[in-house]
Design a protein around this ligand. Structure first.
Ligand code: NCD
Length: 298
């Protein structure tokens, strides 16, 4: 009933979401007209919150929202109490919270299904579904592709979930991170053991041979020392020179928001597909909400 981690799902379920998303493109339905989707955001969001609300509306459901800054959490209410109350107000809760494991906790308490919209540096399953959908749409396949994940691989939940998703679908990955921001060892180990995934780690900004370059920002809010994050952010930038030896049909993706890690010239290239990727959030989140509201998640 819940969508908490990409690790909870098998290929068959993910494929069914991707094919349902394809059917949802451009649609406005009244399938869930008596349903209420609550978005609860205790961390900043533009795309995830708005696209979930838009997706809910396009399914005929109504969206209601709670924002951490304006909630009784500011008065000291616990997350457990907030969830206990709010789960009586809606048919599904979409939650983003800075604590790792918070979505799982919310699901244990809630009377209605919970969708994880990001729990700290841990998981962001619906972003991964959007990313897999986008790559498949651009490249016609996932299996056998060479995907480079570049950026803060330590704290970015989008990257953690995506490595697992790509491995499940047979893509090869190259991980490039600034020193100290490497991917969690357990996720690499699990992806290799479960899916026999080919995962290469490198410290060199070399994207030759890659079909997809997926970049993410330095996750400054998760650093103990924000100056350390700023220092790393300054040193880390993809410009046209770095793309000189890359494939002509390289697709450049990013979960957004981007800060300084991509030059404006790169953003103007036809290979930059991140705004298209963000728009894919609508059909994919429609598919996820439809599955959850139809009680088909297994
Ligand atoms: C990502 C997130 O919140 O994890 N954003 C998003 O949902 N599109 C990536 C990020 O904040 O860097």
């Amino acid at each position: 009933m819940d969508v908490i981690s990409i690790r909870d799902f098998d290929k068959k379920w993910i494929e069914s979401i991707l094919s349902s998303a394809k059917k949802m493109e451009g649609k406005r339905l009244d399938k869930h007209s008596c349903k209420i989707v609550a978005t609860l955001f205790f961390e900043p969001s533009t795309r995830t919150n708005m696209s979930f609300q838009s997706a809910a509306n396009r399914l005929g459901a109504r969206a209601i929202a709670l924002y951490g800054e304006m909630s009784s959490q500011k008065k000291g209410e616990s997350l457990v109490d907030t969830i206990s109350v709010v789960s009586g107000y809606a048919d599904v809760l979409v939650i983003r919270h800075p604590l790792e494991g918070s979505a799982r906790l919310a699901a244990d308490i809630s009377k209605v299904p919970v969708v994880n919209a990001g729990d700290g540096g841990n998981q962001h399953p619906t972003q991964t579904l959007i990313d897999l959908y986008t790559i498949q749409k651009l490249k016609g396949r996932l299996s056998g592709l060479k995907v480079c994940l570049l950026g803060d691989l330590k704290y970015a939940r989008a990257m953690r979930s995506l490595l697992y998703g790509l491995s499940m679908f047979g893509a090869e990955t190259k991980l490039i991170a600034p020193k100290g921001l490497e991917m969690n060892r357990d996720i690499i180990k699990e992806s290799k053991e479960k899916f026999d995934a080919k995962i290469e780690e490198s410290g060199k900004m070399d994207f030759s041979g890659c079909d997809v370059l997926y970049i993410c920002r330095i996750q400054k809010e998760r650093f103990a020392d924000p100056y350390e994050a700023e220092k790393l952010q300054k040193e880390f930038r993809v410009d046209e020179k770095l793309l000189e030896n890359t494939k002509d049909d390289l697709a450049i993706l990013h979960p957004l928001p981007k800060i300084d890690e991509i030059s404006n010239a790169v953003s103007r290239l036809k290979q930059a597909k991140y705004f298209e990727q963000a728009h894919n959030g609508i059909p994919v989140r429609m598919a996820v909400l439809d599955a959850v509201l139809s009680d088909e998640v297994g």
